[in-house]
Design a protein around this ligand. Structure first.
Ligand SMILES: [Fe+2]
Ligand SMILES: [Fe+2]
Length: 462
């Protein structure tokens, strides 16, 4: 169901008159973007419009529910509007390019100001405390897109050999990135994503590189919350009791030298919740995971013409870009570096062997498949790091459902993508993690509408 919110237009003079009410009441003011979707106007921007006495073409809106709070000079000017389904036209790549050029031209101060307005628009979403409806999602995507492109401009400048980007600017960007992710963590904590959240995200995506970043980040973060909910709901006990009959066969293949006899042998220390401070770092990693990606080439090992060498470079470039800022946790950079490992499958192209060569590994054969401690990846004790395996699943899912991958005619539906993941990424060759995939299936099932109601049953690991 498409959420039908009612908006009313509000004239510039009424906006001016009601500015105090709008500020103190945190009343979101909206405009329509180029694709006809409603987006929140950050307060600072609004004040700029109001300060400008020249006539503006922009039409402003407020939610109808705030109507009684606003004093209007001209009742006739209020026209009720119902939002229809606002599909994004296929110009995502152009928007992205436009934004890139605009943000690249900005001075550090202008970028910081722009970032502040993005953070403000997120606060409006957070304080609205509504479920993540279509309108709020559009705003969220717009905010994350702006933030990402701002980040990219600064990351790229800083990465250039001849650059002399001031450390203050880098620090401000890192601080803003952290605030952005904290704010979105707050949004997902307070307002539950609707049961068609994943479908909506797919609908809004135009398949641009930028949309990939948004989607991966916006799917990853609530997935981590969902993963954490498994512990309160006692679902881990079920995985544990079914381990031998369902999962053992996969993990035995991964480390035949030390076949894990129980769930506690798969995850060193047993399966655990992700603490909030770690979740913040992992989510920053998810946001920046492809920061070094060149625009508009395919990064997935699909069929057809593509240059694998160029593609493989994006993981180390992303890693180096993050490290060079000196402002992010080492785990953030490692998420970027290692999200294409695929459990050492030949299709993988992570750089764990380069970062942690065998000669520096204390353990020559891994003792565990998964760990929550990054040092165990470095010393070779475990094969893979839990947050990276979660990110990898989301990344593959988004690549399959992405609209503009050149190696296939059309994107796969959610149903098809899940089937491919199970068949090609687990059964044919073990690339993604089977237990984490089970949780992911459950997550997708509760946040999207599947065409085949029996699909989940079919894809569950047996
Ligand atoms: Fe990637
Ligand atoms: Fe990616």
């Amino acid at each position: 169901m498409i959420n039908q919110n009612s908006y009313i237009t509000i004239s510039l003079s009424d906006l001016k008159q009601n500015m105090m009410v709008i500020k103190t009441g945190n009343i979101p003011v909206w405009r329509k973007n180029k694709t006809g979707q409603f987006v929140i106007v950050p307060l600072e921007k609004l004040e700029q419009f109001l300060g400008d006495n020249e006539k503006t073409d922009i039409v402003f809106f407020i939610d109808e529910e705030w109507k009684t709070q606003i004093i209007t000079g001209d009742e006739d000017a209020i026209k009720k509007m119902i939002i229809g389904q606002n599909r994004v036209s296929n110009t995502g790549a152009e928007f992205y390019q436009e934004k890139r050029i605009e943000f690249q031209k900005m001075t550090p101060l202008q970028r910081d100001k722009k970032y502040q307005s993005v953070l403000f628009s997120l606060q409006s979403i957070e304080s609205s405390k509504k479920d993540l409806s279509e309108e709020l999602l559009v705003n969220l995507i717009e905010a994350v897109s702006d933030a990402f492109v701002l980040n990219k401009a600064t990351f790229e400048e800083n990465y250039e050999d001849s650059s002399n980007v001031s450390s203050d600017h880098i620090k401000a960007m890192a601080r803003n990135t952290t605030s952005l992710v904290q704010s979105i963590m707050g949004i997902f904590k307070n307002s539950s994503a609707t049961n068609n959240f994943i479908n909506m995200l797919g609908e809004k995506s135009t398949g641009s590189t930028l949309d990939h970043m948004n989607s991966v980040f916006l799917i990853f973060l609530p997935l981590c919350y969902f993963y954490n909910s498994y512990f309160a709901k006692g679902k881990i006990a079920r995985i544990r009791s079914e381990y031998r009959s369902k999962y053992y066969k996969y993990y035995q293949k991964l480390i035949p030298e030390n076949p894990p006899e129980s769930l506690e042998d798969v995850f060193n220390g047993g399966m655990r919740e992700i603490p909030m401070d770690k979740l913040l770092q992992f989510s920053i990693g998810a946001l920046l995971h492809d920061i070094g990606k060149i625009d508009n080439i395919d990064y997935f090992e699909g069929q057809g013409a593509y240059d694998r060498k160029i593609i493989m470079k994006h993981a180390p470039i992303s890693y180096n870009m993050i490290v060079k800022t000196r402002e992010f946790d080492s785990e953030v950079a490692l998420l970027a570096a290692l999200h294409h490992e695929y459990y050492n499958d030949p299709a993988g192209y992570g750089i764990s062997k380069i970062l942690f060569p065998d000669s520096t590994r204390k353990f020559k054969t891994p003792q565990y498949c998964l760990t929550y401690d990054i040092s165990e990846i470095k010393n070779g004790r475990a094969l893979a790091y839990v947050p990276i395996k979660l990110l990898e699943i989301v990344d593959v899912f988004d690549a399959l459902t992405d609209k503009t991958r050149r190696y296939r005619e059309k994107e796969f539906s959610i149903d098809e993508a899940l089937e491919i993941m199970k068949n090609d990424f687990i059964e044919k060759s073990l690339k993604i993690d089977p237990i984490l995939f089970t949780i992911f299936l459950d997550y997708i099932n509760s946040h999207s509408v599947l065409k085949d109601k029996t699909l989940l049953q079919k894809l569950m690991i047996k």
